[in-house]
Design a protein around this ligand. Structure first.
Ligand code: ATP
Length: 251
C-alpha cells in the first residue's frame, strides 16, 4: 500500500498541493483524475520522489520514503515501474535493449537472464519476436506495450502510469487499459494511473481520487462517479454539452 499523509507542496508563492491524504491499495487500479493544472503530476512526482514534499510524508508499505537517504530511496525505486506519457522509449535502442535497460541499471543479472526476462515481459504484452525492432518501426499502441513490458521488467510492487492512453485511438486505448488492469491483478501491484480519459475511468477505476485546486476533492469508484452530485465531478464527467444533455435525459 502507498500512503500519502498531509502532503503540501509550493513553488514560491504558489501553493499547489494542500494537505493531501490518500491511500492506494495493492491489487487495485487507483486513478488520479482532475482538470488540467490541478496538481495531479506534482502529486505523482512527489510520491515517486522526483520532487520533494514541503511537509507531510509518503509511505510505501509502511516505509517512510520522505525520511530516507539516497541509498534507501534507490532500493524503493527498484520496486517502482513507470509508464511515462508518450512511452519515452530510447530511439537508438532495440525493443529488447529498452526492456533490459532497468535490469542493466539495477541488477547484476547475466545477459542470458536479462534476455529471458525481456522475452517473458514481451510475451506478457503479446509482442513476442519484436526484440530486434527499433521503436520507430513500431506503432503507437505497440510502443505503449513495449513501455509496459519495460515498466514490469523489474517485477515491480508499484506501477505508475502517466496518461497511458494519450495519442491512442479508442480501441487501442481499451487494449492498453485492459493490459494495465490485468497485470495489476495478476501481480497484485499497487497501480496508480493519472488520466483525463473517461473511458479509462469507467473501465479500470477501482479507486478514484479527484484532485481539484490541489486538494482531494472527491474519492470513490467508477460506479459512484456517475451518481455523485459534486458539481466539479459532473463538469469533469459530462464535459461536453452533448453529454450534459444526455445526463439530463437519463436522469
Ligand atoms: N516545477 C514547477 N515550478 C513551478 N510551478 C509548477 C512546477 N510544476 C508544476 N507547477 C504548477 O503546479 C500546478 C499543477 O501542475 P500539474 O502539472 O501537477 O497539473 P496537472 O493536474 O498534472 O495538469 P495536466 O493534466 O495538464 O498535466 C500548475 O499550476 C503548474 O504550473
Amino acid at each position: 500500500m502507498i500512503e500519502v499523509k498531509g502532503v503540501n507542496k509550493s513553488f514560491g508563492e504558489k501553493h499547489v498541493l494542500h494537505d493531501i491524504n490518500a491511500e492506494f491499495h495493492p491489487g487495485k487500479v487507483n486513478l488520479i483524475i482532475g482538470q488540467s493544472g490541478q496538481g495531479k503530476s506534482v502529486l505523482t512526482k512527489c510520491i515517486v520522489g522526483l520532487m520533494e514534499v514541503d511537509t507531510g510524508s509518503i509511505h510505501f508499505d509502511g516505509r517512510d520514503f520522505s525520511a530516507m537517504n539516497r541509498r534507501e530511496r534507490r532500493e524503493i525505486r527498484k520496486e517502482i515501474g513507470m509508464l511515462f506519457q508518450g512511452s519515452a522509449l530510447f530511439d537508438s535502442m532495440t525493443v529488447e535493449q529498452n526492456i533490459m535497460f532497468p535490469l542493466d541499471m539495477y541488477t547484476s543479472m547475466t545477459k542470458e537472464e536479462k534476455i529471458d526476462r525481456a522475452n517473458f515481459c514481451l510475451k506478457r504484452v503479446n509482442l513476442e519476436n519484436t526484440n530486434h525492432l527499433f521503436p520507430a518501426e513500431c506503432s503507437g499502441g505497440m510502443q505503449k506495450r513495449i513501455a509496459i513490458a519495460r515498466a514490469i521488467s523489474m517485477n515491480p510492487k508499484y506501477l505508475f502510469c502517466d496518461e497511458p492512453n494519450s495519442g491512442l485511438d479508442p480501441r487501442t486505448s481499451i487494449l492498453i487499459d485492459n493490459l494495465i488492469k490485468e497485470i495489476t491483478y495478476e501481480y497484485n501491484m499497487t497501480t496508480v494511473v493519472i488520466t483525463h480519459d473517461m473511458n479509462s475511468v469507467m473501465e479500470i477505476g477501482d479507486k478514484i481520487i479527484f484532485i481539484n485546486e490541489g486538494k482531494v476533492w472527491w474519492e470513490g469508484d467508477n460506479k459512484e462517479i456517475l451518481t455523485t452530485n459534486n458539481p466539479e465531478i459532473i463538469d469533469f464527467v459530462y464535459a461536453s454539452k452533448f453529454m450534459k444533455n444526455l445526463k439530463g435525459k437519463l436522469s
